[in-house]
Design a protein around this ligand. Structure first.
Ligand code: ADP
Length: 154
């Protein structure tokens, strides 16, 4: 059985913190599907296609694929025949939130969630804060690799 993991998130944008989690998970799985969750009721700062191309640019030759999905993450796991979810933990807030979701996903579908604790240098990196900086004209290039791939939604 191939060990396939889904790394789900909004990735608006995909940060060096996300990148670090995926790099460290590559040796653990046969394939990682980075699932860009799209909720049609939600406004994203960065264009979806550009977010996909951006993430693809970071993982060119490895067993990492990027796909957008709508609906429940567990249904996307079934579609991809993935037995694992991958999530990153920065702090106790992440932990409490992820614990509840992880336990419910296990009950719903028997999917195991694998958590990696963020490396020290990425603990403060957050997509929300990056958007805030960007809106106010700040430079976010130290937090996002290949920033030039990203297009802001009009
Ligand atoms: P969501 O919309 O599901 O919160 P995000 O795009 O914010 O998605 O994050 C996806 C995953 O990456 C989550 O597991 C989140 O905890 C993790 N993550 C976000 N930022 C970091 C970081 N700096 N270091 C490690 N993990 C992170």
């Amino acid at each position: 059985m191939k060990r396939i993991a889904i790394f789900p998130g909004s990735f608006d944008p995909f940060t060096k913190g996300h990148e670090n989690i995926v790099q460290r998970a590559i040796p653990l799985f046969d394939e990682i599907v980075i699932g860009l969750g799209v909720n049609n009721k939600k406004q994203y700062m960065f264009d979806t296609e550009s977010r996909i191309k951006h993430i693809q640019s970071l993982f060119p030759n490895q067993n990492v694929v990027v796909e957008a999905y709508t609906g429940l993450t567990v249904d996307f796991c079934k579609e991809k025949k993935a037995g694992y979810l991958l999530r990153g933990l920065r702090n106790t807030n992440d932990f409490e939130f992820e614990k509840a979701i992880g336990q419910m996903n296990k009950d719903l579908n028997g999917i195991e969630t694998v958590f990696l604790i963020t490396d020290k240098e990425f603990g403060a990196v957050s997509s929300t804060i990056i958007r805030e900086i960007k809106i106010n004209g700040g430079d976010v290039s130290q937090f996002v690799t290949n920033l030039n791939f990203l297009i802001i939604n009009k």
